[in-house]
Write a protein that binds this ligand. Structure first.
Ligand code: AMP
Ligand code: TRP
Length: 332
């Protein structure tokens, strides 16, 4: 059976982008066809300025939302990264295989570091080494496939490079994984700024649909989405980013194809209205289940405890193998 691993960072409230780009497939497809692990990658949330209490709350909320989105702890392993030491243990070894040049070439690092500097802040060293920790997350489990949105493609490519390099230098230790992306909505764009990704942000962004937004808020955000100049509904991500984003969201909700949908609509207004309703219906069961799970925090904690125990067992042999292969003396 294939091994699947993926994760979500508790740096903000989860969005429609997280759901359509990643989480929905984890629950509808991946967990049923593979031996899969889904992780709240809390160590990654420490790479930018953070508030400890908020990270803790968001980690719990993200874990609850993973379950609300349909991950079944009887079928897959749901856990929190910092509960399993193997990630940090392996990350150091991979730092000894990675180069600073390749880290500095990571697009996400360049963007986030320059944004941080523009704000007059300093860049944490962990922001630079973050992709190595991500590689450790993946490689520790002998992962074959990593289901992620488009923005993570470069990080998974780096993970492959590190796995191949380690195996060549020190003997076969890691499975070389590959990224998988959804056919539509692999990069959901901000509704107010359709040339940028819909990312979690600290502000309550009018262009970001959060998974826990009330239906009236979802409708308002989608009805106010920026569309492009021109009248006809056309699917062209370059020339018509706003309308194309709505078509992708609608197609992803309904299981259709954005190009075909473009032919169905004559006005932006009706496209927005249908997209808003489709998103409200998409989120309804997730929000309902989230409410139920919030009433039972002990259940969520139990799932995370069992998940971490299972994950530790799975990761330990591979990470121990890497320690031996790279030349560290095994404890007597
Ligand atoms: P993050 O929020 O960065 O931890 O991302 C968790 C998962 O959601 C990753 O697989 C991302 O690629 C995916 N993701 C995040 N934002 C978007 C987006 N706007 N569109 C599609 N996928 C996304
Ligand atoms: N870097 C990913 C993101 O920002 C989150 C992540 C961390 C991840 N470790 C991972 C995703 C391992 C997949 C596999 O979205």
């Amino acid at each position: 059976m294939k091994r699947v691993f993926s994760g979500v960072k508790p740096t903000g409230h989860l969005t429609l982008g997280n759901y359509l780009g990643a989480m929905r497939r984890w629950s509808t497809v991946d967990q049923h066809r593979a031996d899969s692990l889904f992780c709240v990658v809390d160590l990654h949330a420490l790479t930018v300025e953070h508030d400890p209490g908020r990270v803790r709350r968001l980690s719990h909320q993200a874990a609850t939302l993973l379950l609300a989105a349909g991950l079944d702890p009887q079928v897959c392993t749901v856990f929190v990264q910092s509960h399993v030491d193997e990630h940090a243990r392996l990350s150091y070894l991979l730092e000894c295989v990675a180069t600073d040049g390749e880290m500095r070439r990571m697009i996400q690092y360049k963007e986030k570091a320059s944004a941080e500097r523009d704000r007059g802040g300093s860049v944490r060293l962990s922001l630079l080494t973050y992709p190595v920790l991500m590689a450790a997350d993946i490689l520790a489990y002998g992962t074959d496939e990593v289901p992620v949105g488009d923005d993570q493609a470069q990080h998974v490519e780096l993970t492959r490079d590190l796995a191949v390099r380690f195996n060549q230098r020190y003997g076969h230790t890691f499975v070389v994984p590959r990224a998988t992306h959804p056919e539509v909505a692999a990069r959901v764009m901000n509704l107010q700024e359709p040339t940028s990704k819909m990312g979690k942000s600290d502000d309550v962004g009018p262009g970001i649909v959060y998974l826990l937004d009330e239906p009236a808020v979802v409708r308002k955000k989608i009805m106010r989405a920026v569309t492009d100049s021109g009248q006809d509904v056309e699917y062209d991500r370059e020339a018509r980013p706003g309308v194309s984003n709505l078509l992708e969201i609608l197609a992803a909700c309904e299981g259709g194809n954005p190009e075909a949908l473009a032919g169905v609509y004559e006005s932006y207004g009706s496209l927005k209205k249908d997209t808003a309703e489709a998103v409200v219906e998409l989120l309804r069961p997730v929000q309902q289940r989230h409410k139920e799970l919030c009433a039972d925090p002990a259940y969520v904690e139990g799932v995370l405890r069992d998940g971490a125990a299972r994950a530790r067992e799975m990761a330990r042999p591979t990470v121990d193998g890497a320690y031996r292969a790279i030349g560290l003396l095994p404890p007597a």
